[in-house]
Design a protein around this ligand. Structure first.
Ligand SMILES: *Cc1c(COP(=O)(O)O)cnc(C)c1O
Length: 518
């Protein structure tokens, strides 16, 4: 036991200098080989498979498509290919290796049960163009998930098709636009608080609205007075994140929603942080008209998930008639019908259109439904409780070494926010984040939200144990002390990663996206 790690974890390296006394000449290190590009390993005269030469193939059948030169692709054997990708994966970090402290991303464990369900052939092997009678089981799973999402949010309807949170935002705003146009009252402005995720203003602009920012109060919440003062007949709606990106609950959302409705506008809620309130607060009760739910955040399906994410949008009674096609509807005989354009005139005449060619991301739906059913309503309530508890544990375990701008004001929700206040001159949040890589962790979200200087946003999620959090906290305490003491070695971290500190500006401005043979 020691001061840094009361739990008894081996202390992080503290201020002891990190040295690399032993270097290999190859770049290889400790059971890891330095990995070259596929183009450098492979050669175009090799192949992983042998093709029979087709004797009398008439090349003229290909017309002008016959190749004139070899494609210059790297040929590799199967073991070479498998090793290449396996080695690369070992240079990376994964949720199965340790905590992902990324705030505003909700990276949590993906239960193997959900993975197993998603791989069942009746879900994994369906094709979007299969006749509806042959995919009744899959459609019924989508429908059941839809019912759960409506129930958990206290809303009226749901659009299941959007492929991500940002896509869901677009879907919600197109519903708002359609509702306003149906009233003959198209409007121009969407109000967005300055702490919002970048996708909010981007979506509003993409949907053709003018974005106006609403300031935050000193305690990190939307300034209600400033917001209500700006409301008027040109305001189509507001986009508010709740809990917000400072990790705080927007207590005044109902008051805001009433004021927005009073001037004929609509309330979009960014529901990316729904995991902090699921089972406790229903957005429908707060006057929300549309809210996306990132299944890949709240409902434990992997980010990416073997395809795009999934961002169903729950809709109020006022907006439901405008939701996109297609959607599932249970019929009186128990079967599920997929309502498409040809049915829309009768069943859903005001649909604004559609978001996607097909009706969604089956792999995400099955994982999310398996997660919801395996927890049940009580279990989901515990999920939000544990997520908030874990974030507050991180906040209180670090607020004596890191400045927590909104910490003193009370508890946080699902994520703990710190600033770089108190770091030695010339030391930044980036230095601490890079140091975290040497300590074995993926860095937390940095420099977001923009309203906090040198922000560090840590979201531990409900799936982390106290022991796991203590280990992470030990590393963070050590790094915070080094940043405050001005430990020069921190400025060149990471020292132990496969690559040292990269030039992030060059990487963003002049990325090399094409391999050119030397
Ligand atoms: C993740 C996130 C989004 C965007 O969701 P994607 O699924 O990544 O498109 C929007 N708002 C907030 C607050 C988020 O955390």
């Amino acid at each position: 036991m020691n001061e840094l790690n009361p739990s008894g974890w081996r202390p992080a390296m503290g201020t002891a200098p990190i040295t690399r006394e032993i270097e290999t000449f190859t770049g290889n290190r400790a059971l890891q080989l330095e990995e070259a590009l596929l183009f450098e390993i492979g050669s175009s005269d090799r192949s992983g498979v042998d093709f029979d030469v087709v004797a009398d193939f008439d090349l003229s059948a290909l017309g002008p498509n016959v190749r004139k030169t070899a494609p210059n692709l790297p040929g590799l054997s199967e073991p070479e290919t498998v090793r290449h990708y396996t080695r690369l994966s070992r240079q990376n970090y994964a949720i199965d290796l340790g905590v992902f402290p990324l705030g505003s991303c909700t990276m949590k464990h993906n239960p193997r049960l959900d993975e197993k369900v998603a791989r069942m052939p009746g879900f994994a092997d369906v094709h979007p163009l299969q006749p509806v009678q042959t995919v009744q089981g899959a459609l019924s799973a989508i429908n059941e998930l839809a019912v759960w999402l409506i129930k958990l949010t206290g809303m009226h309807g749901v659009a299941m098709t959007p492929k991500a949170g940002a896509h869901g935002e677009l879907c919600g705003l197109l519903c708002i636009r359609a509702a306003l146009e149906a009233k003959g009252d198209p409007r121009e402005v969407i109000l967005v608080p300055e702490s919002a995720h970048g996708t909010n203003p981007a979506t509003a602009a993409f949907a053709g609205y003018r974005v106006e920012n609403i300031p935050a109060t000193a305690d990190g919440r939307v300034d209600v007075t400033a917001l209500t003062a700006r409301l008027g007949p040109d305001v189509a709606g507001v986009m508010i994140t709740n809990p917000n990106t400072c990790g705080l609950f927007e207590r005044d959302l109902k008051v805001i929603a009433d004021a927005v409705h009073a001037v004929g506008g609509y309330v979009y809620c960014d529901g990316a942080n729904f995991n902090a309130i699921v089972g406790r607060v229903r957005p429908g009760d707060l006057g929300v008209d549309a809210m996306h739910i990132n299944l890949h955040k709240t409902f434990s399906t992997p980010h990416g998930g073997g395809g795009p994410g999934s961002g169903p949008v729950v809709l109020s009674e006022a907006l439901s008639p405008f939701g996109p096609l297609p959607f599932t509807a249970r019929q009186v005989d128990g079967s599920i019908k997929l309502i498409e354009e040809e049915d829309a005139d009768l069943e859903h005449p005001q649909a604004f259109g559609r978001m996607c060619a097909f009706h969604g991301q089956m792999g995400m739906y099955t994982r999310a439904l398996a997660y919801i059913l395996s927890h049940g309503a009580d279990g989901l309530r515990q999920v939000s409780g544990d997520a908030v508890l874990n974030a507050n544990y991180v906040l209180r375990s670090l607020d004596d070494v890191l400045e927590a701008p909104f910490g003193p004001a009370g508890h946080c929700m699902h994520e703990a926010l710190f600033s770089d206040d108190g770091f030695a001159d010339g030391f930044s949040t980036l230095d601490l984040a890079k140091g975290l890589i040497d300590e074995g962790y993926h860095p937390m979200t940095v420099y977001f939200p923009l309203v906090v200087h040198g922000a560090m946003l840590v979201e531990p999620t409900e799936t982390e144990s106290k022991a796991g959090l203590d280990q992470f906290i030990g590393a963070m305490r050590s790094l915070a002390e080094r940043a405050k003491a001005g430990d020069e070695l921190l400025k060149s971290a990471p020292h132990l990663a496969p690559r040292r500190r990269l030039d992030e500006t060059l990487a963003a401005r002049k990325p090399k996206l094409v391999y050119k043979h030397a």
